[in-house]
Design a protein around this ligand. Structure first.
Ligand code: AMP
Length: 212
């Protein structure tokens, strides 16, 4: 049983690492960014509300995201644990999470801002949530997802200006949560400057300790 939160600035590889963990430990990967993008693609009312915030690099209002996460964590596949990627993102959300779940570990993937800007410029994504980076982690066939064979795209919020804004929001609103979870003894710092395998090893070592 392990309820895990993954933190990291945009482009730190948290989505990639959460997917690897999910596959190996059999825990659901819950990415609030992916859920919101899915709502936008499906044209739901929630997606319509969220799009403007996401495209400009701002946080979607807490009440929308809190309810979405509370509903998702109450589903039966979360009873043995989950990997939460992209939530909580501010102190209000951290308090909300306390109301609906107990967290066992918080992984903090650390990457310098200049490296983030470079990585986001190289990112290509698929609608299924799979992420690639050219040239470091390319798909087998150029421009096509290895998993579902759909065409890869750039995220609407991966423009240079929006990335800078998302980084600012991360430093201002999300980074203070690191101290919040460190005080509780839950934080594990991960050096995100390494390649995917190097980051994965640190994370798997940390999680193997808590999940037994
Ligand atoms: P991500 O895929 O985690 O980089 O998230 C992409 C965008 O979705 C963010 O820049 C926010 O606009 C929005 N978003 C994702 N998770 C949250 C959250 N927990 N609270 C508010 N906005 C969020």
């Amino acid at each position: 049983m392990a309820n895990i939160v993954i933190f990291g600035p945009p482009g730190s590889g948290k989505g990639t690492q959460a997917a690897l963990l999910s596959e190996s430990f059999g825990l659901p990967h819950i990415s609030t960014g992916n859920i919101l993008r899915h709502c936008i693609e499906s044209g739901t009312a929630l997606g319509l509300k969220a799009k403007g915030y996401m495209d400009s690099g701002e946080l979607v209002p807490d009440e929308i995201v809190d309810e979405m996460v509370s509903e998702r964590l109450s589903q039966t596949d979360c009873v043995s644990g989950f990997i939460l990627d992209g939530f909580p993102r501010d102190i209000h959300q951290a308090h909300a999470l306390d109301e609906f779940s107990k967290i066992d570990m918080v992984l903090d993937i650390r990457v310098a801002d200049d490296e983030i800007v470079k990585r986001v410029g190289q990112r290509m994504v698929c609608e299924c949530g799979q992420t690639y980076s050219v040239p470091d982690n390319p798909p087998k066939k150029r421009g096509v997802c290895d998993i579902c064979s759909e065409r890869l795209q750039r995220r609407d919020d991966d423009t240079p200006e929006t990335v800078l804004r998302r980084l600012e929001v991360y430093h201002k609103k999300t980074e203070p949560l690191i101290g919040f979870y460190r005080k509780r003894g839950l934080l594990r710092e991960i050096d995100g400057s390494l390649d995917i395998e190097g980051v994965k090893k640190q994370i798997f070592d940390a999680v193997s300790g808590v999940s037994g």
